[in-house]
Design a protein around this ligand. Structure first.
Ligand code: MG
Length: 159
């Protein structure tokens, strides 16, 4: 059996007047993430980790932000499409470990809902998805609440 690891990283700016979508769910907050899509930074990092594990380029290659088709698109659709790309290539999902760096809002109360949402979209076991949240101790762009960053590691298998 072939075992492959992948890593993904993404950043989006926080602005007023946008909904905050994270981990596939909408959170109540005074600001939202800015992007061509719904800017779900967690899902974007996860997609890049999945694509990286399969050596299939990156999210911008498959879902370009210059394409009007992806304007304000629900990132859950991109995640579902990414999983289809991997399954079509014969890969099976192993597990994912994701970290989100954000000062506010507090993510702890929402982690279980995000995990359940991602598991359903990906059609995988919720036990195989880990989501962790951290602040950056008020340091840097995440600490100043100018944006959020997400990091994802995944394992996939074939054969
Ligand atoms: Mg992104």
């Amino acid at each position: 059996m072939k075992i492959r690891v992948g890593f993904g990283y993404d950043v989006h700016r926080l602005v007023e007047g946008r909904d905050l979508w994270l981990g596939g769910i909408k959170l109540e907050h005074t600001m939202g993430l800015l992007g061509h899509s719904d800017a779900d930074v967690l899902i974007h990092a996860l997609c890049d980790a999945l694509l990286g594990a399969a050596n299939m380029r990156d999210i911008g290659y498959h879902f370009p932000d210059t394409d009007p088709k992806y304007k304000d698109v629900d990132s859950k659709l991109l995640l579902a499409d990414t999983m289809k790309l991997l399954r079509d290539a014969g890969y099976e999902f192993g597990n994912a470990d994701i970290t989100v760096a954000a000062e506010r809002p507090k993510l702890k109360p929402h982690i279980d809902a995000m995990k359940a949402c991602l598991a359903e979209v990906m059609q995988v076991d919720v036990e195989d998805i880990s989501i962790k949240a951290t602040t950056t101790e008020k340091l840097g762009f995440t600490g100043r609440q100018e944006g959020m960053a997400a990091y994802a590691t995944v394992l996939i298998t074939k054969g």
